[in-house]
Design a protein around this ligand. Structure first.
Ligand code: PEP
Ligand code: MN
Length: 339
């Protein structure tokens, strides 16, 4: 059950509400975010919700039976829109493309990527400065030095930055230099990291775990929301299967299901989703038809020379064609919606 509180609810009114919840054996958890104040109450007993809904200081009350509550679509009629400023929005009705290399490698590479993105009207640049790698001997990113250089150039070009945060300790130092924190598949259920990201007022893109279920992803996002941050988007990036012909099993079903279950924006990552350059485009287009609210993809001036994930990275020439098809497919989907 979600109880939306009035902004000016008094201490006394809150106390009465908690007492009422105790009488019906519900445990109330208070949640205060950038946008609202809530009590998420968990319990089993049947009761008349009007007995709480009519109490002083209560704005609205909703029964939500899902294991995740605040991210559920059951209580929020309108989908969430994340506003990055400067006219860049993410969520139903907007369709951002986020593109860039797997890893930030050098100042020259940053410059060339920015030029490519600006030429193609793309407003959000991706890239890792802290890289989770299977081998400890592989390139692990340029860290804060790389991020600071990237930030200066991106800001000058009017681009937003999305990059991965791997540890709680990195959040504060990164926050001033980024627009979206990415939580990678390997950290999808790092609950301490999710708790801490709930305490900052910065959008978070949460990826699905390597073998994470849809419910696990939703519950992971509930950690962020319930700690105070509503600016969350979810990302389908494929899950591990027994198949060896591709890197991951991109789950279009999950996009359709997630759109039904949550009000959060759903972003598709076809690059990691299939892991094979020549199929990134068809998977991207299919994911749009599946309901995605945006695409994040890997591009590089010379993908063969990329420090990481070159096999799934598009060249600028390939990417230009893909962007055009992504935009056309999105327009077509919106037309289909109206039919
Ligand atoms: C990435 O975006 O480069 C990345 C490491 O992604 P994932 O966490 O999905 O593997
Ligand atoms: Mn990558």
């Amino acid at each position: 059950m979600i109880i939306q509180l009035e902004k000016d609810i008094s201490h006394d009114q809150k106390k009465k509400l908690q007492e009422k919840l105790e009488t019906i054996n519900y445990k109330g958890n208070e949640v205060n975010t950038q946008f609202g104040d809530y009590i998420v109450a968990v319990g089993k007993k049947e009761f008349d919700i009007r007995s709480i809904g009519t109490m002083q200081g209560i704005r609205d009350i909703h029964r939500v039976s899902d294991p995740y509550k605040l991210v559920s679509k059951k209580w929020k009629v309108n989908d969430s829109i994340i506003d990055l400023g400067d006219g860049v929005k993410i969520g139903t009705g907007h369709f951002p493309i986020m593109a860039g290399p797997c890893s930030i490698e050098s100042e020259e590479q940053i410059e060339s990527t920015i030029q490519h993105l600006v030429d193609n009207g793309i407003k959000i640049m991706r890239g890792g400065v802290y890289k989770p790698r299977s081998s400890p001997y592989a390139f692990r990113g340029l860290g804060m030095d790389g991020l600071k250089k990237w930030y200066q150039q991106a800001k000058a070009a009017g681009l937003k930055i999305i990059t991965e945060v791997m540890m709680v300790e990195q959040i504060q130092e990164m926050a001033d230099y980024i627009d979206i924190f990415q939580v990678g598949a390997r950290n999808s259920q790092n609950f301490n990291l999710l708790d801490a990201l709930g305490e900052v007022d910065k959008p978070v893109l949460l990826k699905r775990g390597i073998s994470g279920t849809i419910d696990e992803l939703l519950q992971a996002s509930e950690y962020i929301f319930s700690n105070g941050n509503e600016k969350i988007m979810l990302c389908e990036r494929g899950i591990r299967s027994y198949e060896k012909a591709y890197r991951n099993c991109f789950d279009i079903n999950a996009i359709a299901i997630l759109k039904e279950k949550t009000h959060l924006p759903i972003i598709s990552d076809p690059s990691h989703g299939i892991g094979v350059r020549k199929f990134v485009e068809p998977v991207a287009l299919a994911s749009i038809m599946g309901g995605a609210d945006g695409i994040i993809m890997e591009v590089h001036q010379t993908p063969e020379k990329a420090f990481s994930d070159g096999q799934q990275t598009l060249s600028y020439q390939q990417a230009e064609k893909t962007y055009a098809k992504i935009r056309k497919t999105y327009a077509l989907r919106e037309e289909f919606k109206r039919m």
